[in-house]
Design a protein around this ligand. Structure first.
Ligand code: GLU
Length: 339
């Protein structure tokens, strides 16, 4: 890892606020109206049961760090969290092991390859590279506290439930459908074992990983989960502290570089916020210190990101002023006419 020589230096935090509530409601409604008619993209089918979803479903939710929540469309319809679980399980593991150890063991750099790439593992001498690809997520799940699989699983389920502020449940149909077809993830776990990267039973770890991906959430849940990461680790609705502010900062950095599969660079360029998507059609996007956006729409682009979800999020980022790279001049230019 890079030695930045800032250990022990206090972290200063500086963020802004979202616009007044009425205008956030109107902007969320407009993000929904602008995109509801689009049918671009295709529903995921490599997990067989996902292909059976109604492709027209479309929900948006914005949750603010003060607990205000703004919903539009099918924002309470549940779907499987899939890869979005990686972000929150990573945060829980960081809470247990800390910045340096997880940074070293799982990594934070982009692979530039597909989320389930075996080649990426081989190219990096068995290092999983980052927690948002399957190798890194399986390694992260293995690190979850618990001496038995049942304990690890319960820790994940209750941890993600604390982020959501309600009891999340397993979608047994999605779990079984993926468990019958996840030979590739089993191979990835075996490969990590062969490199000494996991010491637990690889098939048991893949089983827990498959369960975490099958937890049922809604766009509303994703917004609250994301807002917990935006609020320094405190769930703004239940007011429960779930993880530390340092863990949120580290998790969001990883999402910024790896959250949208091989399109993470394009996402940051267009939207300017950390986010994470999943193949069932969910996306969570976090505006640090302000709040978070949850979207659900099952049709995906080729990288596996929801098309309407990306467009709605781009609109919200732009109109709510969320892009973390955007600035306007303080007005001191000496080569421009003053109004
Ligand atoms: N459970 C899926 C897998 O591991 C997650 C896919 C995704 O959302 O990227 O293949």
């Amino acid at each position: 890892m890079l030695d930045t020589n800032v250990e022990g230096v206090e972290q200063t935090v500086s963020t802004g606020r979202l616009p007044a509530r009425g205008s956030v409601d109107a902007v969320v409604a407009e993000a929904y109206e602008r995109n509801r008619g689009s049918s671009d993209g295709a529903v995921a089918d490599y997990i067989p049961v996902l292909a059976e979803v109604d492709p027209e479903l479309f929900g948006i939710c914005v949750a603010e760090v003060d607990g205000a929540v703004h919903d539009a469309g099918d924002s309470t319809v549940e779907f499987s969290i899939q890869s979005i679980s990686k972000a929150f399980v990573y945060a829980l593991v960081c809470e247990e092991f800390g910045h340096a150890e997880v940074g070293e063991r799982v990594g934070v750099n982009n692979t530039g390859l597909a989320f389930n790439s075996v080649v990426a593992i081989e190219l990096n001498d068995g290092h999983p590279m980052n927690p948002m690809v399957n190798a890194g997520a399986i390694a992260t799940t293995a690190l979850m506290p618990g001496t038995t699989s049942a304990e690890k699983w319960e820790h994940i389920r209750t941890g993600l439930s604390a982020f959501a502020g309600r009891n999340l449940e397993l979608d047994g149909v999605v779990y079984r459908s993926e468990a019958e077809t996840n030979q590739r993830n089993q191979a990835i776990a075996r490969l990590l074992q062969s490199y000494g990267r996991i010491t637990e039973d690889p098939l048991e770890i893949v089983d827990i990983y498959t369960r975490q991906c099958a937890l049922r959430v809604s766009a509303h849940d994703l917004a609250v989960m994301g807002a917990t990461l935006a609020d320094g680790g405190v769930n703004p609705v239940t007011r429960e502290r779930v993880v530390s502010a340092e863990v949120c900062r580290d998790t969001l950095a990883v999402l910024a570089t790896n959250g949208l599969y091989e399109r993470s660079g394009e996402w940051l360029f267009e939207i300017g916020l950390p986010g994470k998507s999943g193949v069932a059609g969910g996306i969570v996007t976090i505006a640090p210190g302000k709040g978070a956006i949850g979207t659900f729409s099952p049709r995906l682009d080729r990288a596996g990101n929801s098309v309407r979800g990306q467009r709605a999020t781009a609109y919200l980022s732009r109109t709510l002023g969320l892009n973390i790279f955007a600035s306007s001049s303080a007005g001191n230019a000496n080569n421009e006419e003053q109004p």
